[in-house]
Ligand binder design. Structure first.
Ligand code: NAD
Length: 323
């Protein structure tokens, strides 16, 4: 079995590698060659932690395995990341474990890749202003990945906790793009692409905030009860998702679906757009919304690529489980 550490994963998987892996697996999902298994997520009743598994099988790769991990809110006091995850890959022909891959950095990379795939396929080609709603750990990866997809001239941002906006300012400076903190009204009025990446439980972005032609990538809502966007805005947009069934269950679409404003069949899998089997944006005025709920196959895809590259570069550590 190969071991890929956090440090190795960071050096092996950049934004281009994550983008390709995630785009390919979304494509395989839409072709019916890859499927996610039901997600397990449980409150442990210990250390205030949530723990669970995301898994799936991509026959086209082939890639089989699971990501185990969760959220330990007390970790930051111990100098550790609150979100912890590890991917185990399994040989699809024998069931033997083939690799253990550190998943903290890869989770951020594959999540940023998902929104950037949506921007690539759904945003207007002339999008020039990137709007960030959220300024936590994930937001910095999101911004860097999005900036690769269009000739963005500036980034604007809003966050409930303004002191965190320094994260966006620093990231934009590192990317050589001007950044300005703005009101929600200005964010909606000026941004051509908006990424929402918070852990909010109530809608912040409203229909009246957003201009025609905007592409919105909703990335923060990955659990029942979380919410970033007004259901009326969701209902007014053309809808896309990594996995429509999961979007109406625990993604941003859950609230509009429960209110009867939308139905699952109205959400297009982004993979179908990638494959040319469904139309993406139809015109310059349409609001497109991608619900990136986060699927186990994304984790397996980036972990497989990391293992491949680690093998090619002689970096992975080997452990013989049989001995
Ligand atoms: P973080 O703790 O570093 O940052 C949290 C962000 O949410 C900050 O911007 C904070 O100001 C904001 N926030 C916190 N409470 C809020 C509230 N009540 N109302 C409005 N905003 C609030 O977290 P992170 O690691 O950046 O993750 C952000 C979100 O992304 C989380 O909800 C996480 O579960 C989700 N996530 C989704 C995926 C996916 O695949 N879709 C993957 C990883 C993380």
């Amino acid at each position: 079995m190969l071991i890929v550490t956090e440090t190795m994963a960071k050096s092996l998987i950049g934004m281009p590698e994550a983008f390709d892996a995630v785009e390919n697996v979304f494509s395989a999902m839409a072709r019916g060659e890859a499927r996610n298994f039901p997600v397990v997520r449980e409150a442990l009743g210990h250390a205030d932690a949530l723990y669970g598994f995301k898994s799936g099988f991509d026959a086209s790769a082939p890639a089989l395995g699971l990501k185990a991990g969760g959220y330990w809110p007390g970790n930051s006091d111990k100098g550790l990341t609150n979100h912890q995850s590890t991917v185990m890959l399994v040989d699809a022909d024998t069931g033997q474990p083939t690799a253990l891959v550190a998943g903290n950095y890869l989770t951020a990379a594959r999540t940023a890749a998902a929104s950037s795939v949506s921007i690539q396929h759904l945003a207007r080609p002339d999008a020039r202003v990137l709007g960030m709603l959220g300024a936590g750990f994930q937001s910095m990866f999101q911004m860097r990945a999005a900036l690769r997809q269009r000739d963005f001239e500036r980034v604007i941002g809003w966050n409930l906790h303004p002191e965190m906006l320094a994260n966006l300012e620093r990231t934009a400076a590192e990317e050589g793009v001007p950044f300005k903190a703005v009101s929600l009204d200005r964010l909606g009025a000026e941004a051509d692409v908006i990424i929402t990446i918070t852990s909010s439980f109530e809608a912040m972005l409203k229909a009246e905030h957003v201009s025609p032609g905007t592409h919105i990538a909703c990335m923060g809502t990955d659990t029942v009860g979380k919410q970033e966007v007004d259901p009326r805005l969701v209902a007014a947009a053309r809808l896309f998702a990594d996995e429509p069934a999961q979007a109406v269950q625990l993604g941003e679409c859950q609230h509009a679906a429960r209110a009867g404003l939308i139905a699952e069949h109205e959400i297009t899998p982004i993979g179908a757009v990638i494959n040319g089997d469904a139309i993406g944006r139809r015109d310059a005025d349409e609001i497109t919304l991608f619900d990136g709920t986060g699927v186990g196959l994304q984790d397996l895809a980036v972990a497989c690529r990391a293992v491949e590259l680690a093998g090619e570069r002689g970096m992975a550590r080997h452990v013989d489980l049989e001995s």
